[in-house]
Design a protein around this ligand. Structure first.
Ligand code: SAM
Length: 255
C-alpha cells in the first residue's frame, strides 16, 4: 500500500511540507543539469547504460509507435527507443517512432537538447503529476530514476496510465533494494562515502548527491512499489531486478 495521506513528503532523509518538495527537487536538478550525464556515468560506473538498454529491450519499440518518457531529463531512454524502432524500420518499413521527453526542469531538457542527435524527439516541460498530454495518446510510457523525486507518486502513476492507449505498456526503472546483505553493505559504503565526494569534486555540489543517495533509501522496496502500480490501476504488474536489486524495472499494462 502507498504511504498514508500526510502533509509532508520525504526529501532525502528529511520530511518537508508537501508544498515544498517540488521546488527543493527542482533546485537539485537545476544545480546538477550541466554535469548530469558525466555524473551518471561516474556514480554508476557506466552501469546505468546497461539498465536503460535492458529497459528499452523490454519496451519493444516498433515503427510508428509513440513514447512519452516522463522525467526524461537529457533523453537517454527516448533516444534509445527511437533508435531501436529505426533499426526495425530498416527491415520492416513503416513510419518512424516518435518520443516526447517531458521533465519538470527545463535545465535538464536543455542539457539534453545540447547533446544533439534528437531526430524524432520533442521536448516538453511538464510535471509527472499533471501531464500536458491527451488521454490514451501513447503506446508506451517510461520513467527512469524519476518517480522517487515526485511528491505524490500515486497521482503521477495514474497520470502515466491515463496517457497510455489501451494495451499500452508502462516501464519504470528505479533504484531499489539489493537482494543480499553483503551487497547492501558494499553498496551503502559506495553510496554514502563515494557519491557525495564525487558530487563535491566534479559538480561542486555535495548536497544534491547526498539527497540522491538518501532519496534512494527512502523509496519503497520492490514489492511495495509494485503494489502502488496496482493501486494506480495498472494490470499484469511485474518486477525485474537489475544488478541484484540495485535497480529494478517495474512494468505494467493499461488493460
Ligand atoms: N530519466 C533521466 C535519466 O534516467 O537519465 C533523468 C533522471 S533524473 C535522476 C530525475 C529527473 O526527474 C530530473 O530530470 C528531474 O527534473 C525530474 N523530475 C523530478 N520531479 C519531477 C516531476 N514531478 N515531474 C517531472 N519530472 C520530474
Amino acid at each position: 500500500m502507498s504511504e498514508p495521506q500526510s502533509e509532508t513528503a520525504s526529501f532525502g532523509f528529511r520530511d518537508v511540507p508537501k508544498t515544498e518538495k517540488a521546488s527543493l527537487v527542482r533546485g537539485v536538478f537545476d544545480r546538477s543539469a550541466r554535469k548530469y550525464d558525466l555524473m551518471n556515468d561516474l556514480m554508476s560506473l557506466g552501469i546505468h547504460r546497461a539498465w536503460k538498454d535492458m529497459t528499452i529491450e523490454r519496451a519493444n519499440p516498433q515503427p510508428g509507435q509513440k513514447l512519452i518518457d516522463v522525467a526524461g531529463g537529457t533523453g537517454d531512454l527516448a533516444r534509445a527507443f527511437v533508435a531501436k524502432a529505426e533499426q526495425r524500420r530498416k527491415t520492416r518499413g513503416g513510419d518512424p517512432a516518435t518520443a516526447i521527453v517531458t521533465d519538470i526542469n527545463e535545465q535538464m531538457l536543455l542539457a539534453g537538447l545540447k547533446r544533439g542527435n534528437a531526430e524524432h524527439l520533442t521536448w516538453a516541460v511538464g510535471n509527472a503529476e499533471c501531464l500536458p498530454f491527451d488521454d490514451k495518446s501513447a503506446d508506451c510510457v517510461t520513467i527512469a530514476f524519476g518517480i522517487r523525486n515526485v511528491t505524490d507518486r500515486i497521482s503521477a502513476l495514474k497520470e502515466m496510465r491515463r496517457v497510455l492507449k489501451p494495451a499500452g505498456r508502462f516501464l519504470c526503472l528505479e533504484f531499489s533494494r539489493p537482494t543480499t546483505r553483503a551487497l547492501e553493505r558494499i553498496y551503502d559504503a559506495w553510496s554514502f562515502n563515494a557519491i557525495p565526494v564525487l558530487g563535491e569534486k566534479i559538480a561542486n555540489d555535495r548536497d544534491s548527491y547526498q539527497y540522491l543517495v538518501e532519496s534512494i533509501r527512502r523509496f519503497p522496496h520492490q514489492d511495495a512499489f509494485a503494489e502502488e502500480l496496482r493501486e494506480a490501476g495498472f494490470g499484469q504488474v511485474g518486477v525485474t531486478n537489475y544488478s541484484s536489486g540495485i535497480a529494478a524495472l517495474h512494468t505494467g499494462w493499461r488493460i
